[in-house]
Design a protein around this ligand. Structure first.
Ligand code: 5RP
Length: 262
């Protein structure tokens, strides 16, 4: 592994490499979005190249689709694939029940649809994203642009009756303009501090007109692979109730580092 990778990038890489070891020939895969998922796409492409692994990927964003295409991974739409064997994606936070906050990269809608349409969801992450209670990371919700300020007011009013510490709601920006998702929608970031009841909040927020989806992934993730900068990985399986420990070995010359720059 190149010495100039930060410890966080090393942790993301080893988590990605370990998760990609779960992929079997012929699988239909959900391909997540973000910097950790980009490592996963690189590791997957390496297996496709070097082992002749035959897989079909359903990307969760235009960014991931571009990277997968560039690296020679066959991709298709979810409608064509219909159902997936495995989705591998990153997360912004996870708790002891493997519930997640996602959407830091703005792709939560496709990510949730794809993960839900999979037999198994594996999350790849570094240890810093583990929390006792979800909510320190601002919860993204995707809203349609029409009437978004009214939607924001309704969200703020709704938060008043929920078990959260903070109630500030901000529109995600991309420079001077509102950030626009692949679906043409806006993202509101909810600065909650701590979410007392994530399941309740998820259900209630999704009832508000104008809200398309929120970034809470409740009972969707099956396995979290936590990478560490020294090559150790912890694999937590919520269904089996197990935690196993492993180590990913790497060499500086690996092909997977040749296309760095994402
Ligand atoms: C994108 C996501 C990402 O998985 C999440 O933001 C983690 O990103 P990264 O791996 O870059 O830290 O939910 O919408």
């Amino acid at each position: 592994m190149p010495a100039d990778l930060s410890p966080i990038d090393k942790a993301k890489f080893v988590a990605a490499r370990r998760a990609v070891a779960l992929v079997e020939d012929g699988m239909k895969l959900g391909l997540g979005t973000g910097s950790t998922a980009a490592w996963m796409v690189r590791c997957l492409a390496e297996r496709v190249r070097e082992e002749g692994l035959r897989v079909t990927g359903v990307p969760t964003s235009s960014r991931t689709a571009d990277l997968a295409r560039q690296l020679g991974i066959r991709i298709t739409s979810l409608d064509d694939a219909k159902w997936l064997d495995l989705t591998i994606d990153g997360a912004d936070e996870f708790d002891a029940n493997l519930n997640l906050i996602k959407g830091g990269g703005g792709a939560l809608l496709q990510e949730k649809i794809v993960a839900t349409a999979s037999d198994q969801m594996v999350v790849i992450t570094d240890a810093a994203k583990e929390v006792v209670a979800l909510g320190a990371f601002p919860l993204p919700i995707e809203v349609i642009p029409f009437g978004w300020q009214t939607t924001r007011t309704l969200v703020e009013e709704t938060l008043g009756s929920l078990d959260v510490l903070g109630r500030e709601v901000t529109l995600r920006m991309n420079g001077e303009r509102a950030f626009v998702t692949d679906e043409g929608n806006y993202i509101l970031d909810l600065h909650l501090g701590r979410i007392g009841n994530p399941r309740q909040l998820s259900l209630i927020v999704n009832q508000i007109p104008g809200v398309v989806e929120n970034g809470l992934f409740i009972d969707i993730c099956d396995i979290v692979v936590v990478g560490h900068g020294d090559g150790r990985v912890d694999v937590r399986d919520i269904n089996a109730g197990t935690v196993s420990h492993d180590r990913v070995e790497f060499a500086e010359t690996e092909n997977v580092f040749r296309d760095l720059g994402d």
